[in-house]
Design a protein around this ligand. Structure first.
Ligand code: SAM
Length: 281
């Protein structure tokens, strides 16, 4: 386990992932019934952007920094509002911080909602416990997120979202993700699931999405953002999200947000975005 999210916090991939997570949670809040958030690879919850890791790898400067304190088209501002309302105050401090998925989820959850954060790395898991300390709605568990995913579904609330956001530092993670989804979907067909993936080479992604298309699971939305040409040297240039059982509003919101993010977060001429259904109803 070499991956440390502190080197990447607030980058373009975090922006997309966290903006989508916020939209999904907003939709879940439209009903009073409680929901559950299960974050299988939760990270530390809060990232100091003045830390040694963030200073050595200031990816956030080409990510969240391009959205804070700048003017946004009104339709984009509306879509990003719940996300930026959480990030803005933390970024505005003398010592700017960026919230991870657990703090974003906690900020949007209500008293009746419950959150399970799983983080296997012993140091990061302790940091996560500190970041959420005292919040009785949330539990941080130092477990293997792949196993916990299956063990935690369906949650007692029967409504909610699972975020699966592994580091992709080992071979076979696409297969693991697809198999994990198939098993979890059998147990909880109605839950919303977000799968995050990097786009390093297009062929691995196609194999993964073909596998999902052949799974028989309905309502799978694919969302992708490239900030540069894929396959070039240098840092990650493309990211994707699979959303199973997305809110009915998400596709329209992404049709507005993605082209904007591709322009605003572009690092090179290959910036682009795509949205489409892998499987419909
Ligand atoms: N979801 C976080 C967010 O959006 O703020 C970022 C998570 S980061 C991409 C991936 C995390 O997974 C790392 O903190 C890493 O320590 C953790 N991790 C790696 N293998 C794991 C496993 N088998 N189970 C749970 N966590 C794991």
């Amino acid at each position: 386990m070499n991956y440390r999210h502190a080197f990447h916090a607030g980058n373009f991939a975090d922006v997309l992932k966290h903006a989508v997570l916020a939209r999904i949670l907003l939709h879940l809040k439209a009903k009073d019934a409680p929901f559950r958030v299960i974050d299988t690879h939760a990270g530390t919850g809060l990232y100091d952007l003045t830390s040694e890791a963030a200073v050595r790898s200031p990816e956030w400067k080409d990510g969240i920094a391009r959205l804070i304190g700048t003017s946004l088209p009104p339709a984009v501002a509306e879509i990003l509002a719940p996300y930026l309302a959480i990030v803005g105050p933390l970024m505005g401090k003398t010592r700017p911080h960026y919230p991870g998925s657990p703090l974003i989820a906690l900020a949007l959850a209500r008293t009746q909602d419950r959150l399970s954060f799983i983080e296997k790395h012993p140091v990061d898991s302790e940091k996560l416990k500190g970041a959420i300390a005292g919040d009785r709605r949330a539990k941080a568990l130092a477990l293997d997120g792949w196993l916990a995913w299956n063990a935690q579904v369906p949650p007692p609330e029967r409504r909610g979202v699972v975020l699966v956001d592994p580091p992709f530092e080992e071979p076979g993670e696409f297969t693991r993700m697809a198999e994990g989804l198939k098993a979890a979907h059998r147990k909880w067909p109605g839950g919303t699931t977000m799968l995050w993936y990097p786009i390093k080479d297009a062929r691995s992604v196609e194999r993964f999405t073909d596998d999902l298309a052949a799974s028989g699971i309905p309502k799978i939305l694919r969302i992708e953002l490239d900030v540069d040409r894929i396959g070039g040297e240098g840092p990650l240039a493309g990211t994707g999200l699979i959303v199973v059982n997305p809110p009915y509003t998400l596709e329209k919101e992404m049709a507005v947000l993605l082209p904007f993010l591709a322009r605003r977060l572009a690092r090179g001429p290959g910036a682009a975005s795509r949205i489409g259904w892998i499987a419909g109803e």
